[in-house]
Ligand binder design. Sequence first.
Ligand SMILES: Cc1cc2nc3c(=O)[nH]c(=O)nc-3n(C[C@H](O)[C@H](O)[C@H](O)COP(=O)(O)OP(=O)(O)OC[C@H]3O[C@@H](n4cnc5c(N)ncnc54)[C@H](O)[C@@H]3O)c2cc1C
Length: 318
Amino acid sequence: MTTATTERPAAALPVQQPVSAPEYRFFSATVARVQRLSPSFLRLTFAGPELTGFGAGGADQRIKLVLSRDGAPVGDLLTDGPGWYQDYCALPDDRRPYLRTYTVRDARPQLGEIVVDVVLHGVDDGHPGPAAGWAAAAVVGDPVVVLGPDRPGTGRAWGVEWAPPAEGTLFLAGDETAVPAISAIVEALPAGRRTVAVLEVPDAGDVLSLVVPAGVEVRWLVRGRRARGEALGPAVHAALCELGVAAPAAGVEPEDVDLDGGILWEVPEAGADGCYAWLAGEAGMVKKLRRRLVRDLGVPRTSVAFMGYWRLGAAEGS
Ligand SMILES: Cc1cc2nc3c(=O)[nH]c(=O)nc-3n(C[C@H](O)[C@H](O)[C@H](O)COP(=O)(O)OP(=O)(O)OC[C@H]3O[C@@H](n4cnc5c(N)ncnc54)[C@H](O)[C@@H]3O)c2cc1C
């Protein structure tokens, strides 16, 4: 399914002057547009004068949506600055807002807008998580609060993991929750950089049309009734062999990662020569993909960034 949509033009807003600290803060905005892209993806555009100060620092910029637990506005419950998290944790359980992580699909600070693509998991069967449920019910004018980067200062921006080496082949893979990040990453690549991205989505209608530079190939896999990652694993294997980055005799067992012990997240600072791989999606699936790359295909561990974006059976933050 193609997902071309017409966006209402927005009037330019005055851009706020840069501020020195902190690296990130809460932004209040409203839902300005709601677009159903496909069976699984809903695009929300948030807008407001505070977002002219939003400092997107990279293609996979993450934010937190701050969602009311009891329907009351969340703005008064939050404090900006270094102590915000302690203050947040000190709130009573029944009032402490949900925090859910999303990728900025597009940032337009000159218009005071950011765009987020939300996977509507669990909506059809009546059991969405708080974020998917909130998004599915969102209408233009709804208030929204986002924790996001202030104008980036020097050094590495907050909430950005995409940091490939200057040269070499790029490889990206993920499930539907990684589609917004991978889409933004590949669209922003310079022409001529050899890149393959493999994306597994739930439904044939979730195959989105991307405009990518020369040298970038995006392969979509439709999961259908198969288990998550069942299609992605072999496709990743085949793509890396085609790219010539596999060293099949390697047999190096990556150190195990304990999914019960916390988040699955490792991002090498600087990729080695050769191939730089970036994997994201459901944590158990990402763990298996990483093992396939490192143990079966001989991709150096230091060239593989892997991120558990969510975990089957566990709400974010639990
Ligand atoms: C850096 C980062 C960037 C991300 N970017 C995006 C993005 O751009 N778009 C996006 O849609 N998601 C994105 N995610 C994933 C998103 O944060 C999770 O899916 C989140 O759990 C959704 O919150 P929820 O309140 O709907 O569900 P939760 O309350 O967190 O979970 C409730 C239940 O739903 C299950 N669940 C959660 N997500 C899914 C899913 N996608 N499919 C099936 N079951 C699920 C959980 O296992 C749990 O059992 C990102 C995550 C990270 C860490």
